[in-house]
Write a protein that binds this ligand. Structure first.
Ligand SMILES: [Ca+2]
Length: 313
């Protein structure tokens, strides 16, 4: 009987030892996973990061798939009334532009791919180097300012943007394509939702907040993808702010102006609304206007944009 009890105790001790061993193994595994995440993940994320000023040209060449179908475009009078009350009296021009957002309607758009980010200086430099196209003003001997590789290219006319897009095997988005990529299909006001928040995007209000904190250094927009909240339902970045963007559409049929969409770091929040639109002379260049490109889905199905990009979108 005594031996039997001792035998049982021995077995229990043996079992406790095994459990302790298992606990130690699990603890060791946890530490290993933790260390892996510390040392390995940042290297993975760095391929998609855009916060620095380094040359990450390969990072910003990704495109996002926008499926075909209808979306809600434009604004109705009720929505614009609120905006006009606050911003519509500034010289009358803003009120005039707001009127041009109407009506709110359903629009069908075929599937396409759109650049995830605004076209950057380093991307545009490749185009200049390859084609001899004149560099934007502010560049020195065909080179952008140091540390601005991933900033959106500026001082480009609509014609410059068209030339770049053609060279890249892409095209400029229509106004409809741009607005759908920005606001999705649920009729939301901003790319991220219905409520404006300066912390989410890069508009004048965001800069003013920074001024209060004494860290204002914004004079040329941010590197693309800096505003982590300025992301559309499809994962397209900086459509609310950073820089305004050329589209391929005419503002008014009888005039030469092309539609420019989205806000910039000097614009107030109404410009960050996806339905906001402005008409700009296609020959003009500006410190607040850049662009991004699109590709037809049919064009891309057989070439460089992989299905994995489509799945991620
Ligand atoms: Ca933008």
């Amino acid at each position: 009987m005594k031996n039997k009890i001792q035998d049982t105790r021995y077995k229990m001790q043996e079992m406790r030892g095994k459990i302790r061993g298992l606990r130690f193994f699990l603890l060791l595994t946890s530490y290993f996973l933790l260390l892996s995440s510390v040392f390995f993940l940042p290297s993975v994320y760095s391929h998609g990061g855009h916060g620095g000023g380094g040359d990450k040209s390969s990072d910003v060449e990704s495109m996002v798939y926008i499926p075909e179908g209808e979306f809600i475009m434009g604004s109705n009078e009720d929505e614009l009334m609120e905006i006009k009350k606050i911003y519509g009296k500034r010289g009358g021009i803003e009120g005039y532009l707001f009127e041009k957002e109407k009506p709110k309607r359903r629009v069908f758009v075929k599937s396409f791919y759109i650049d995830k980010y605004e076209v950057t200086n380093v991307q545009y430099k490749k185009f200049i180097d390859a084609t001899g196209h004149p560099a934007p003003s502010g560049w020195n001997n065909g080179k952008y300012q140091p540390g601005k590789a991933n900033n959106p290219v500026l001082y480009v006319s609509w014609y410059d943007a068209k030339a770049y897009a053609k060279w890249a095997g892409k095209r400029l988005p229509t106004e409809e394509e741009w607005e759908k990529a920005a606001r999705g299909t649920d009729g939301r006001i901003y790319p991220w939702g219905n409520k404006y928040d300066p912390a989410l995007t890069s508009t004048a209000e965001s800069v003013m907040e920074n001024i209060e904190e004494g860290i204002c250094s914004v004079t040329t927009g941010n590197p693309v993808g800096t505003a982590k909240g300025d992301v559309s339902p499809y994962g397209v970045h900086d459509m609310g702010g950073n820089v305004r963007e050329w589209t391929d559409s005419s503002f008014i049929a009888e005039r030469e102006e092309k539609v420019v969409k989205g806000g910039s770091w000097v614009d107030l929040s109404p410009k960050a609304r996806s339905s906001s639109r402005d008409g700009v002379n296609p020959k003009s260049v500006s410190h607040i206007i850049g662009f991004r490109c699109v590709r037809d889905y049919e064009m891309t199905a057989t070439n460089s944009v992989s299905d994995s990009v489509r799945e991620q979108s």
